[in-house]
Design a protein around this ligand. Structure first.
Ligand code: 5GP
Ligand code: ZN
Length: 114
């Protein structure tokens, strides 16, 4: 996807602070962190939003969550806890249409209000 900012970040056409990378998954610090730790975890393949995953993506989505556990441990937020969030489309508050999970922690977060 030529016009996708996250595809450009994966391809390193746009710089980012990379925290994790494997053959299918990429993670980097959010440019506008809402907490001391705010990392975005994304598939390298361009999937616009979570509503567009297929049954064959189950392993990929599972491995993103396994990567999140590892990243949280390495970021030092695992013990006290964190939030792993996906925003889907307009009503979900999605702004970038390349599937991503926000890993947010390092402070006590407010109760999820929606
Ligand atoms: P959404 O609202 O789509 O769930 O979240 C998009 C997130 O991407 C936001 O938290 C925003 O700060 C982050 N973001 C947008 N553009 C960039 C960028 O160019 N670099 C980085 N590192 N994060 C970005
Ligand atoms: Zn993309």
């Amino acid at each position: 996807m030529m016009d996708c900012i996250f595809c450009k970040i994966i391809n390193k056409e746009i710089p980012s602070q990379i925290v994790y990378e494997d053959k299918d998954i990429f993670a980097f610090k959010d440019i506008n962190p809402r907490a001391p730790v705010h990392i975005l975890i994304i598939p390298k393949r361009h999937i616009p939003d979570i509503s567009q995953i297929e049954p064959e993506d189950a392993d990929l989505i599972g491995r993103i969550h396994v990567a999140a556990v590892k990243i949280a441990q390495e970021a030092g937020i695992a013990e006290q806890g964190y939030r792993l969030v996906n925003n889907c489309k307009e009503n979900g508050g999605q702004e970038v249409y390349h599937l991503h999970f926000h890993l947010i922690g390092g402070r006590k977060l407010g109760a999820f209000a929606g």
